[in-house]
Design a protein around this ligand. Structure first.
Ligand SMILES: NC(=O)C1=CN([C@@H]2O[C@H](COP(=O)(O)OP(=O)(O)OC[C@H]3O[C@@H](n4cnc5c(N)ncnc54)[C@H](OP(=O)(O)O)[C@@H]3O)[C@@H](O)[C@H]2O)C=CC1
Ligand SMILES: O=C(O)[C@@H]1CCC=N1
Length: 274
């Protein structure tokens, strides 16, 4: 992939995931800089990945061609206003936002009219090169910038372009937030396994290895639907059938639907508030 000088503005959980994945994929550490107000996260990133760090966003911006906007959505307006003021503008830079709930129009306003912007929605498994990222750009964004952003996210996982900006909110529900849904499900399973006599370590092993195996089964068998994979486990009159019947009777599918709708609704609400 093309290697441009890359600055992460905000060095929290998601930036760490992306930086780790990029370094593992061979992105040169000396082309990456991370900016953050507090030292401990910066020191950790410098020690672990050998990247440059700074507490000064303007310094990071001056040393990069591409800025990844990775602060919490609620911090974005103030951060960008100060950055534009201290740098005198972001001309010539590609800005890639990973923030939930901030539209491209709003980002353009926050940057005083800068419109070389791409909106993305990654997730934390990028840390392991197993991320899933949605991407959206307006039609005027050039192919070279689209390719760069796509390749950057492909270095840390899989990518999916969406054809309309609200598709990013749908990606949040299906992928950005979704690792937490699986963690929640695994937490519940591990808790129950402990109640049934396993130690915490044993319960975690049972759950994590099964989740990993199930996900690998899905990835390794694209010719089989998810329902077919489920059917392979579900012997007629057997144990799985009873567990599945219980999930279905208790409304798992409508519950998942409601949870995903709640994530989308929150993303849209943030878009009107920030
Ligand atoms: N976590 C996730 O799974 C995902 C998150 N995202 C998006 O990524 C973005 C970051 O989220 P996440 O990494 O979880 O959040 P974190 O809180 O972990 O990271 C945000 C970082 O921004 C830093 N920060 C605060 N103010 C500034 C500033 N003015 N300039 C530079 N850095 C600043 C914070 O520093 P300090 O803590 O020292 O104040 C913190 O390290 C959000 O917009 C979120 O919507 C997108 C997809 C998935
Ligand atoms: O919870 C959030 O708002 C962010 C966006 C997707 C995952 N974490």
């Amino acid at each position: 992939m093309e290697h441009r000088k890359l600055a992460f503005i905000g060095a929290g959980n998601m930036s760490r995931s992306l930086i780790s994945g990029l370094i593992q994929a061979g992105y040169p550490a000396d082309l990456i800089i991370a900016a953050n107000p507090s030292f401990p996260k910066l020191d950790g990133l410098a020690a672990e990945f050998g990247i440059a760090t700074t507490q000064d966003n303007a310094d990071a911006a001056a040393r990069a061609e591409v800025l990844v906007l990775a602060v919490k959505p609620q911090m974005m307006a103030a951060m960008l206003a100060k950055l534009v003021q201290t740098t005198g503008g972001l001309q010539g830079k590609l800005l890639i936002s990973i923030a939930a709930g901030i539209s491209l129009d709003r980002l353009e306003q926050m940057t005083g009219g800068h419109d070389r912007l791409i909106r993305t929605m990654p997730n934390t498994p990028s840390l392991l090169g197993l991320g899933m990222t949605g991407l959206y750009a307006k039609p005027h964004i050039g192919q070279a910038d689209r390719d760069y952003c796509e390749q950057m996210m492909q270095a840390v996982g899989k990518t999916l372009w969406v054809g309309a900006e609200d598709g990013i909110n749908q990606v949040i529900a299906a992928a950005g937030s979704a690792p937490a849904y699986f963690f929640l499900f695994m937490e519940a399973m591990a808790e129950e396994a402990q109640k049934r006599g396993f130690s915490a370590a044993e319960a975690r092993l049972l759950v994590q290895q099964t989740a990993l195996g199930a996900a690998q089964m899905v990835a390794a068998n694209p010719q089989l639907s998810l329902a077919e994979l489920r059917a392979q486990v579900t012997s007629k009159g057997g144990t799985t059938a009873e567990a599945i019947r219980c999930f279905q009777e208790q409304g798992l599918a409508p519950l998942v639907s409601q949870a995903m709708a709640a994530a989308v609704a929150r993303a849209r609400e943030l878009e009107t508030q920030l």
